[in-house]
Design a protein around this ligand. Sequence first.
Ligand SMILES: [Zn+2]
Length: 305
Amino acid sequence: MAVTLDWLGCATFRLTAGDLVIFLDAYIDRVSSAPLVGLTAAEVTRADYVLVGHSHFDHIAGAEVIAPRTGAKVIGSNETARVLREAGVAEGQLLAAQGGERFRLSPEVTVRVFPSLHSCIWVGGSWDVAKVVTGHYGLTEAERAAVRAETGGGIGERARGAGAGDPEEMREHMRGTIGSRETGGALAFLIETPDGSVFYHDTSGVWTGVASTLRPDVAIVAMAGRPNIDGEPIQGSLAQFVGRMADLLRPRRLVLGHHDNWMPPMTTDMATPEAMAAVREELGRVAPRVELLALGFNDGTRILG
Ligand SMILES: [Zn+2]
């Protein structure tokens, strides 16, 4: 069975396994200054499932377009189901999950759902993939809220490319795009095909005890913000987070997500040559047999089979 992967920007991918078409997140329609990904949500004519990692707009949006057009079923948290229900998606297309479920997607393909973690948006991280960030360890929720009030939280320091997009268009985009202020509880997925398995999460967080049991053939790892390891902010860099994920999951191949310039001027392209060199160096140190695949947008990369 040929298994191919198209990156559609941010943490959105289209995974095809034989005749089965699975969207991983659905956020494709972006601000005009974000790079074009070669597809809009309204142009999607085939989808059997949409797996939504969490309920923030830059992950869930687009599912309310794709599901009615294609009849695809959406697997996501209760919050994801609530947002899509309110956006008009039919109840019969919403499959709520919280981790612990296994769904059959076709006679040969299943998906297992696992609880996961969102990156630490209460403190933010660095756009520099190689930069080691420390501190903010062991805080309570009230203390984290105070950090957020003081620093602005969000996704961290201003992007290097700040100013390259239109802030007003960005605000308008966020107002007009479905999504929740809550994560809804981040989920991770393991898609199992006869030719191997694919791990997917869409934000830089991990329960190490969960990930270390999975052993996928291909891992899609989010690289953005301040990574969350077992409920605490990483004491290290984004490149080190990718290395940690590779060490836990031991995939043959690794694909990055969430690292493009998905919403200028707030974001910047994190896949600079220096950043990718830092990721390769870290992988070489901790998981030297892992092959890092660099996907272009919508390029149908064969990952298995
Ligand atoms: Zn998010």
